[in-house]
Design a protein around this ligand. Structure first.
Ligand code: NAD
Ligand code: UDP
Ligand code: UDP
Length: 321
């Protein structure tokens, strides 16, 4: 599917998990892509297959600092996304979301460029409304360990809507729910990468808490399709719009499914639940269905098997180094 004429498109965080898939899709559509990344959690390996493409350009840059380039559209994905990474330097995490948004919005304002913000289901915090619709304002602990990420992303949304109202900027805000797939970090502590790597190594599978907490997992290709459809909407549609898979699983179910899929000899062990860990999370995607005609197409089993293949190759490569 093509989405309008060819453009010069900036992707911040383009060397990360989601960003690298987005760059790949945009290049495949014939666009020019400027990937901006400071390599905090992103890697050259993620974009190595793109660098030979003459339409791909890489700029090593930290988006907390101003940036003067010429582009038609911007996807703002730069921000560490897993708790292990965003809690490593929480002040920098907030700066990346807030100063990063200001710089990206200032750039978009100068260029009159359309700009998309990768927000998160974490803006709903530990929700009392289930499933979460975009109308829900959320329940975030503003002084907790997750706040640097959650409140940073909430403030970025505020900035996007204020630039829209105050300066007439064309904005698109997507609230991403848990997404998985190839090029996830093998040791970023997220549940899908942890369980898959543990299963492939026949190590113990670590369930935090009693494993009854739920999440809903979206395969990366489905998510990127949602991004492209959102960016292609007219100026009246800003979002925020939830993009995620509404099929909900407990962590116990996920662990069993991964053991079965990989034929692993791993045992399940139970560990303490991290502070402020949301009990349940599932997107209501009515808005995405209505406005973007979008819904996920890849089943968890299929997505996990593609991701397992990626980790298998990754672990083999690592072992041979
Ligand atoms: P990731 O860590 O793989 O990618 C983030 C990228 O941003 C990395 O390449 C990193 O080096 C770069 N980055 C971080 N700080 C930067 C800075 N100051 N300047 C320039 N680059 C910087 O994470 P991801 O899973 O690909 O997430 C991408 C975006 O999507 C993030 O904004 C994240 O908050 C959001 N998101 C992801 C998920 C998910 O399930 N993966 C869920 C909700 C939201
Ligand atoms: N900015 C940028 N690139 C540009 C234009 C602006 O990085 O092409 C940054 C710059 O740091 C500025 C911020 O975006 O401070 C916000 O820009 P805006 O025009 O909203 O505000 P001001 O320039 O008045 O601070
Ligand atoms: N989790 C787990 N074992 C792990 C890693 C995570 O049981 O090895 C749990 C975690 O406590 C949370 C869920 O899995 O309840 C999803 O965690 P993740 O960090 O992937 O995403 P988030 O909490 O940000 O939704």
């Amino acid at each position: 599917m093509r989405y309008g004429k060819m453009k010069k498109i900036m992707v911040t965080g383009g060397a990360g998990f989601l960003g690298s898939h987005l760059c790949e899709r945009l290049l495949a559509q014939g666009h020019e892509v400027l990937c901006v990344d400071n390599f905090f959690t992103g890697t050259r390996r993620n974009i190595a297959h793109l660098t030979a493409n003459p339409n791909f350009e890489l700029l090593r840059h930290d988006i907390t600092h101003p940036l003067y380039v010429e582009v038609d559209e911007i996807y703002n994905l730069a921000c560490p996304a897993s708790p292990v990474h965003y809690q490593f330097d929480p002040v920098q995490t907030t700066k990346t979301s807030v100063h990063g948004a200001i710089n990206v919005l200032g750039l978009a304002k100068r260029l009159r460029a359309k700009v998309l913000q990768a927000s998160t289901s974490e803006v709903y915090g530990d929700p009392e409304v289930h499933p979460q619709t975009e109308a829900y304002w959320g329940r975030v602990n503003p002084i907790g360990y997750r706040a640097c990420y959650d409140e940073g992303k909430r403030c970025a949304e505020t900035l996007f809507f204020d630039y829209h109202r105050q300066h007439g900027l064309q904005i698109k805000v997507v609230r991403i729910f848990n997404t998985y797939g190839p090029r996830m970090h093998p040791n970023d502590g997220r549940v899908v990468s942890n369980f898959l790597v543990q299963a492939l190594k026949n190590d113990d599978i670590t369930i935090y808490g009693d494993g009854s907490q739920t999440r809903a997992f979206c395969y990366v290709d489905d998510l990127i399709e949602g991004f492209l459809r959102l960016m292609a909407t007219g100026p009246d549609f800003t979002g925020p719009v939830n993009i995620g898979n509404p099929k909900e699983f407990t962590m116990n179910e996920l662990a069993h499914q991964i053991i079965e899929l990989t034929g692993s000899r791993s045992k399940i062990v139970y560990r303490g639940l991290p502070p402020d860990d949301p009990k349940q999370r599932r997107p209501d995607i009515t808005l995405a269905r209505d406005k973007l005609q979008w819904q996920p197409t890849v089943e968890l089993r299929e997505g996990l098997s593609r991701t397992a293949k990626y980790f298998e190759d990754f672990l083999r490569e690592e072992a041979s180094r």
